[in-house]
Structures are given as structure tokens and as C-alpha cells.
Design a protein around this ligand. Structure first.
Ligand SMILES: [Fe+2]
Ligand SMILES: [Fe+2]
Length: 199
């Protein structure tokens, strides 16, 4: 079996450019998506009085593990001693959030735990989330990486006028109503908690 190798990023003062260069030609769509998410996360942080730079960095790096092919994700996560859940084994795409956290910390030298947390749960959210987790999570859903407008967008944006919690619940309800390939426990726990605190 070939070893999984990860290139080291060249770090400058400009993280936007570093991310674009690191993702390279092959992952330009991910780079564009990451930049849109970063800008959106920054705006949400401003609106909800959170750390704008932290939100922006979370957005820029949330999908940085796109450089790792899907079929190598489980193997790499195990090599890095990342806890792989059975749901993630079944749908390795979901581990990209944990691998992105690892890469943000070890390769992009991000030390702020709140940024690392937001990257780690940007796909699923988690039970004990912070506000910044919801900000990066929602920015990723508002600026989704598919074509066209997300089917939940209008309802999510309306809920955002009430709270980040209401908006996060709109997305998770949409997710579970659309028969996902796996039920990730972090998403389920986040949904339950959001239901309790928004009622
Ligand atoms: Fe992602
Ligand atoms: Fe994303």
C-alpha cells in the first residue's frame, strides 16, 4: 500500500492566497467555495458579535483536506490516530472535517481552539457547540459547494433573523428529512440540543 503523503503549505501573511495556492489548480472549486465561506463567516461574526478573523480563518481552512482523496481518508485518519466513527467509515467524506482540523493545526499552525473546533464540526455541528461553530457551519451551508441555490436557503436566512440556533436547526432538520446516507451522531446530538434550546 502506498503511503499517504501531504504536501506542506507555504505560509505567508496572506492566508487567502496560501489556501488558493495550496489547493492548486485541481481544487480551484474548493478554493472558491472556501473563500466564499470565509467572507460569509466573517459577516456572520460581525452580525453576531463574534471574532471576525477567527470566523474568516475557519472558513478558509474548513475544507483544506480536499487534497486528500476520499478513498485514502479513513486510512490517513487512522495513521494520525484520529477517532473514526462507524458512520464515517461508511461515508468517508464526513471525516474531511476532522482531517481539515488536523491540517489547520499541524500544517497551517492554527492554535486557536475555537477555530479548530469550528473546522472540526463544520459538516455536522456537535452537541456542545460554541457560537463560532455555528457561524462556520452556517456559512458553509449558505455558500454551499453545489450549483444553484440550496433548497433550505430562504428558510434558513429567515431563521437567522431570529438566531444562529434557529438557523442551524433549519439546516439539520432539512438534512434528516432528506434521507442522508448515514446518521452522524454529532449531527443528531446537535439537532436534539437545538430543539431543546430553541423551544
Ligand atoms: Fe466541508
Ligand atoms: Fe465546505
Amino acid at each position: 500500500m502506498n503511503r499517504v503523503t501531504i504536501d506542506l503549505p507555504e505560509l505567508t501573511e496572506d492566508l487567502y492566497n496560501d489556501v488558493r495556492l495550496y489547493l492548486g489548480e485541481m481544487h480551484q472549486a474548493v478554493a472558491s467555495h472556501s473563500i466564499e465561506v470565509a467572507i460569509c463567516a466573517r459577516q456572520l461574526a460581525k452580525r453576531f458579535n463574534d471574532d471576525q478573523r477567527a470566523a474568516e480563518i475557519g472558513g478558509l481552512l474548513h475544507d483544506i483536506s480536499a487534497v486528500i482523496p476520499n478513498e485514502r481518508r479513513v486510512e490517513l485518519a487512522e495513521l494520525l490516530e484520529i477517532n473514526v466513527l462507524s458512520e464515517e467509515r461508511k461515508l468517508p467524506m464526513i471525516i474531511h472535517q476532522k482531517l481539515s482540523k488536523y491540517m489547520a493545526k499541524e500544517l497551517f499552525r492554527i492554535k486557536d481552539e475555537s477555530i479548530l473546533s469550528a473546522i472540526e464540526c463544520h459538516t455536522t455541528l456537535k452537541r456542545d457547540f460554541y457560537q463560532l461553530d455555528m457561524i462556520v457551519f452556517l456559512a458553509d451551508k449558505i455558500k454551499w459547494d453545489h450549483s444553484g441555490e440550496p433548497p433550505y436557503l430562504e428558510e434558513l436566512l429567515t431563521a437567522l433573523d431570529i438566531s444562529l440556533e434557529k438557523a442551524s436547526l433549519i439546516y439539520l432538520d432539512y438534512l434528516f428529512n432528506s434521507e442522508p446516507a448515514v446518521i452522524h451522531p454529532w449531527a443528531k446530538e446537535a439537532q436534539e440540543k437545538l430543539r431543546n434550546i430553541t423551544n
